[in-house]
Write a protein that binds this ligand. Structure first.
Ligand code: F6R
Length: 608
């Protein structure tokens, strides 16, 4: 989604801002722009298309500038044109604004400003902001005051950065439900909507909170909270971030690199937490709420997309291992539902980015209920990580491909650990699951070693228009996630179904042109899955199966088989996910698609 970068200091600002925008490219965007202040003049360069185009245009500029803000836009209001690209400005280009989020009441503000004689050149909601600041500035000649007054009029969600020729040596920023961090350098400050954009320059960052308005100069950053009506000198936090992890290395795509990180991901999510020899699982992030957790008899998991499917695996795990009733809800539905909620219920939010708008809204909904809010988050310091009472980090490292792969692996690993930590060591599954978590990285590697044969199978099916994914028990969420992965990177229509549902409708679609991907790994339900496969074969449907090594019978039943090592039913989703991720990846490559940045999608969905 949209990205913001800013710089103020002694260096030439534009190259730093453009480099920051490049590092945010993976989030998805369709236009980019930058506003620089130089000797009290403003220079705006913006265009539809890639940041590389913007970089070339900016390189032709001859002025020096030590203050700049930049933006990558993912179109919401208005198509991806140069006119709609940010920065937007007031008519005389004295006030320049970049904005992430949505101004819900922009139409009303626009109508009011038009009545005052303001003219608009874009279709965006953002353009009202510079005009509104201009409107208030004309009355007070005070940029900070005008900005705060404008903010009071805005409804919606925003991360905003403003530069102005009226006060050329500062950047003003504001945050409400849209992430913004300020990177602290020596005599210089960086601004970004995602810390990864400033990590090459500084690891010290100030996280802005909702309703914060920051005034940044080369000498300091002062934050004023509009709600609490108080100003403070914010404290910077040191971020642990390895920029190496964010580079492609020898892999052709981030998606493949991240799939191949599965063994390391499981190891890193388990490091210091899982100790099979001592029969313990230790989650430091939950220790502060351990007393509260004892009174929890129901957990509601909220998440979106792949994180939601990880939550579905978590439901099975928490119910079976910890004996706690679990309900998994799509965050976008949860926030508008009116359901009874007692304090013995805990809300568990799962998010790779920690910035997903719907998941944040779900957490906000229960803010005043007094319920415990726990997070499973990958991005350290993100909004969800900071707004939850306690949580467990995934430690998967930065995920760059739009399609989530290693984050799912980490989320399910952490969910298994939470289930163990809330369960009793006397549960007969406790010890085996603990041991299996230690053994899994090697098994994940074995699945990765079969990548060449998965590639061949994928190429055979790449021309199909539709795909059905089926599974039972722990493999049911795997079917849903497998279908999502395939559709998002290959644009093939894919549906995930519980195998037992076949006769209740989906079987009608099956013929020789409609293949099925069956998650048919060893479990007490395998015979039932066989029956479903038989029914599909009887209707001439081609079947690709994922099965456990040693299962020779399935090779006779299905057209193609991907074998994975034997593991517990509870950990099968982890190995199955690697197989379905590779299958989706190789189909997308066979179709010559932009695997890392599928059309219409963005990495982090920061608007509703
Ligand atoms: C699918 C995918 C999305 C995300 C979803 C939630 O591959 O990446 O479905 O899983 O947008 O994002 P997070 O986990 O960042 O909250």
């Amino acid at each position: 989604m949209c990205g913001i970068v800013g710089y103020i200091g002694k260096q030439q600002a534009a190259p730093i801002v453009v480099a920051g925008l490049e590092s945010l490219e993976y989030r998805g965007y369709d236009s980019a722009g930058i506003a620089e202040i130089s000797d009290s003049s403003a220079f705006i360069t913006k265009q539809a298309g890639r940041v590389s185009g913007l970089k070339d245009s900016v390189a032709k500029n001859t002025h020096t500038s030590h203050v700049a803000i930049g933006h990558t836009r993912w179109a919401t209001h208005g198509s991806p044109t140069t006119a709609n690209a940010h920065p937007h400005s007031n008519t005389d280009q004295t006030i320049m604004v970049v904005h992430n989020g949505i101004i819900e009441n922009f139409q009303a503000i626009k109508t009011k400003l038009q009545a005052e004689g303001y003219t608009f050149v874009s279709q965006t909601d953002t353009e009202v902001i510079p005009h509104l600041i201009d409107y208030y500035y004309r009355a007070s000649n005070d940029l900070t005051l005008a900005f705060r007054q404008a903010l009071q009029d805005l409804q919606g969600a925003y991360g905003i950065a403003v530069v102005s020729t009226h006060e050329p040596n500062k950047i003003l920023v504001a945050r409400l439900s849209s992430p913004l961090v300020v990177g602290v350098g020596k005599g210089e400050y960086f601004l970004a909507s995602d810390p990864s954009a400033v990590m090459d320059y500084t690891k010290e960052v100030i996280f802005l909170n909702d309703f914060d308005v920051a005034t940044i100069t080369a000498d300091g950053c002062v934050v004023h909270n509009l709600k609490q009506e108080k100003s403070s000198k914010p404290v910077a936090e040191l971020l642990d971030y390895d920029s190496q992890q964010a580079s492609l290395g020898d892999f052709p795509h981030f998606m493949l690199k991240e799939i191949f990180e599965a063994p390391a991901t499981i190891r890193s999510a388990s490091l210091g937490r899982v100790k099979a020899a001592e029969n313990i699982v230790k989650l430091g992030g939950l220790e502060s709420v351990i007393a509260q957790l004892k009174y929890i008899d129901r957990i509601v998991i909220v998440a979106c997309g792949t994180s939601y499917y990880a939550g579905l695996v978590g439901e099975y795990l928490l119910e079976e291992i910890a004996g706690i009733a679990v309900e998994v809800q799509l965050a976008s539905e949860f926030k508008y539902r009116n359901e009874p909620f007692s304090r013995s219920t805990a809300l568990l939010a799962i998010s790779q980015s920690g910035e997903t708008a719907d998941t944040i809204a779900a957490l906000k909904k229960v803010e005043d209920y007094g319920v415990l809010r726990i997070g499973i988050v990958n991005a350290t310091g993100s909004t969800i990580a900071r707004m939850t009472d306690a949580g467990v980090y995934c430690h998967a490292g930065p995920e760059q491909a739009v399609a989530s792969t290693k984050a799912f692996i980490a989320q399910v690993t952490v969910l298994a650990q939470i289930a163990l930590s809330l369960g009793s060591p006397s549960n007969k599954l406790f010890k085996p699951l603990l041991q299996e978590l230690e053994d899994l990285p090697a098994k994940a590697q074995q699945v990765l070693d079969t990548a060449p044969s998965i590639k061949k199978i994928a190429e055979k099916y790449a021309h199909h228009r539709d795909f059905l994914f089926i599974g039972r028990g722990y493999s049911f969420p795997s079917a849903l996630e497998g279908a999502l992965k395939l559709k998002e990177v290959s644009y093939i229509h894919a549906e995930g179904y519980a195998a037992g549902e076949m006769k209740h409708g989906p079987l009608a679609m099956i013929d020789e042109h409609f293949p099925t991907f069956a998650l048919a790994t060893d479990s007490v339900l395998l015979d039932k899955t066989y029956s479903n496969i038989e029914e599909i074969k009887a209707r001439k449907g081609p079947v690709v199966a994922v099965a456990t090594v040693g299962n020779k019978a399935i090779a006779k039943l299905c057209d193609d088989v991907i074998y994975i090592p034997a593991t517990l039913a509870q950990t099968q989703p982890l190995l199955e996910a690697i197989a379905t991720q590779l299958f989706a990846y190789y189909i997308a490559v066979a179709k010559d698609l932009n695997v890392d940045r599928p059309r219409n999608l963005a990495k982090s969905v920061t608007v509703e």
